[in-house]
Ligand binder design. Sequence first.
Ligand code: AMP
Ligand code: ZN
Length: 111
Amino acid sequence: MNCIFCGIVSGEVKSQIVYENDDVLAFKDLNPQAPTHLLIIPKKHISRLAESQDGDAEILGKVLLAARDLAKKFDIKDFRLVTNNGKGAGQTVDHLHFHFMAGRRFLWPAG
Ligand code: AMP
Ligand code: ZN
């Protein structure tokens, strides 16, 4: 399988990792859209949230806890956590990821 984020997990693709545990990795987005723009991913290849399984519940929970930990680590009070599920929603990388963004004001509803 040719997945760029699996490459980051294996270390074959270089990235700026800011957080890691057994199931989750977070690294800086290459093309940041906010002063802080991180991507939180499960190390396991899940192509999108809609493709996750009941057995992934613990991993998915750990992704959310990683967002909590990152906010604490970087002393961030307000942040936005977003996943784009499917091309029509803006998904360009087919490995589940959550955008963790902070440091500016965000519009609501999201564009
Ligand atoms: P999405 O459009 O929601 O699928 O988000 C994919 C994100 O991955 C975009 O914000 C890209 O800038 C980012 N991205 C793509 N390749 C890399 C990479 N090698 N390292 C870090 N971020 C990446
Ligand atoms: Zn992958």
